[in-house]
Design a protein around this ligand. Sequence first.
Ligand SMILES: *[C@@H]1O[C@H](CO)[C@@H](O)[C@H](O)[C@H]1NC(C)=O
Length: 747
Amino acid sequence: MSSLYRLAHIWVVFLFTFVTAAASEEQPPARTNWRAWAPYRPNLYFGVRLPVPDSLLMGLMWARGDDDDTLRDTCEQDEGMTGYGWTKYDVRTGGTQLIHDPELHLNLQTDFIKSLDGDAWAIRVGGSPRNDAPGIIKTMVAFHLAQARLNAEEGRELKCKEAPEALSADQSAYITCEGELPQLGHFEFWASGRATNKLVGNPVVRQASMPEDEIWKAKSAFVDQVTTGGDSVPNERFGNMQLLQMTFEGPFQVDFIYKPKGSPPVSETVTTLLSLLESQFDDRLRNMFPVSAAFEGESYTKFTASLLSNLLGGLGYFYGDSKIDNTRAPEYSEVDFVFWTKAGQAMSRDEITTTPPTQLLSFTPTRLFFPRGFLWDEGFHLLPIIEWDLDLAVSQILGPEARSKIPEKFQVQYPHYANPPTLSLLLPIILSKVTKASPYLGHPSQYLDSPHKTTDLLSLQKLYPLFDKHYEWFRRTQAGNFSAQYPKPASAMSGEGYRWRGRTPTHTLTSGLDDYPRANPPHPGELHLDALVLKSEVAKHSKQLEDIKRNLDLLHWDPHSAAYCDATISPSEKYERVCHLGYVSLMPFLLGLLEPEHPHLPVVLDLLSDPNKLWSPHGLCSLSLADEFYGKGEDYWRGVVWMNMNVLAVQQLHALAVADSPSQDRAARIGAELRRHVVHTVYDGWATTGFVWEQYSGKTGEGKGSRAFTGWTACIVLLTGLEFPGFEAEKATRLVRQPLSLVSQLL
Ligand SMILES: *[C@@H]1O[C@H](CO)[C@@H](O)[C@H](O)[C@H]1NC(C)=O
């Protein structure tokens, strides 16, 4: 059989798989598709892998045709990109990403689709010169495939060869590969391109033999191969990394396709399937995240699609060992004065253990600086995901919650440190979906479609014990000290008061609010408001919740400042509140601990809506303008606007606005205005810079910190559909005023 015939055959076979997938959209998926191939390497502009330890690691690189110094691989801040990310993406099916690379005068589009069973996939890479390109540009594209645990003796090898041949009137094959891995069996992979592509020279296969722990270093492997003039004879290759390289002049379109060897036959085009995916995505999005009158317009629809898609596209799979300090040194009990100095000395003894490798499938805050899992962020990530794909959200909870104490790679972890248990924010939402108290419009869910599965999920085997374990662990490790030595207000209930471990005079990293001002110096008798309130989310017994609510007012309400505050023990051995007004003061409200009739609620609303304190035209500031530490030091949680907290605030105000409460009208007015401020701030930043940001300036609304931050900033999608009764008049006039300069390029 000629290789030409064989190629035509596999092309056809591959397409059949997708047609089947599209046609049976009505059927529940054969299996949970996030366990299949996906772009689970979010730190790369485009990288694909299976969520299993030993597999193929693949990805796309590109460069200016004759300049390897411009090679793009991992998402970087300094490559002058004016935006990159998914315009539409769903973990179950695939999607489209746009990359704007002005330095290379190039716009790239990467379309990823996969079969229903997830066994086969394709990525189509389209390159087009930007308008400002100086004449005809050349672009080099390199796709890399690295095979973990290559075992040459057993014949498990990956072989690629150049095969420039016409496949059909409008498609040419460039390179074909075959391989075998225990998890994958026999598979085929090939690169082909549009017949109208202008190839410069012939496609080339380069191979590299990388050490096992460096097979992710595609860029350096490529550069080594090129600079050492690595051999590129057009013949069969052997090695654990293959680099498929081709250079084009002008616009081009190239497909990279993977499928198991010997799948069934048939007749459609990737193009048709892509447009089908697109329209399905749009319908779903309109259904699940409708926009209220205030944000009508195509630009807002695209904005919402981009936020959600990039949140989904940030899902990554990680596998590796971890560094842990398991010494349980006495200093770690943090009971002494200057406990942080002593703990620091214990840490510097550096008795670090390496754990066996573990797996983690987790959303990531940003593909740029933090392409790894964060427990504190993950609870927020899952708020929109629950609406879109309940089963995906549940799989995340059953996963990371159980592993919450399992550390990240290369980061020493201490078992006595806890993060805010934000995953517990999700339990009430899941319950409301399961009991149909709130509608679920997302992907078909096995938990909602089968009463048996519902019971199973909520049963003693699944969710409950995980939350319970986390709850008890938090309660034990972050307990406040109620011994008689540290005075407390009379009639406070002993036990329900908490303290973040791992403090220093300047930082409380464990709280998630790193540099938010606290008592200084730290004191072993202090109590942190947010630790108490966050714990209430998982209070399993009504008695404990009652005690928490009681202690909230007894231990943490400061009549003098008229605010909820941290507390410590003063030099004269008195119980003393430490008030730095900001997000911490708002926590009881943000997490729903204040009943609509609570006597302090009006004062909390005063604090929140006071332009001299937390209120700004761009959202609620993390620290009061009037605080001595506002904008000081690293200025991370000392004033700038964070969207996760603002989303909670708008949701609580909305809940008050639709409840029959004394604060109803006021909450509706403040809520509608705050919602407008935060949605416009994130939208404007996206429209002018091409990115959403980690934080925003309360003064100018300018994006700050890391860009491409579609972790919890994406929670904004939960707000655009809210209706504020009596405030429909606030139409988004800004939409018309916004020049949309970059947006029009982006879309
Ligand atoms: C509370 O503080 C006292 C006095 O420093 C100390 O002896 C005790 O061990 C502490 N208890 C806990 C649970 O940290």
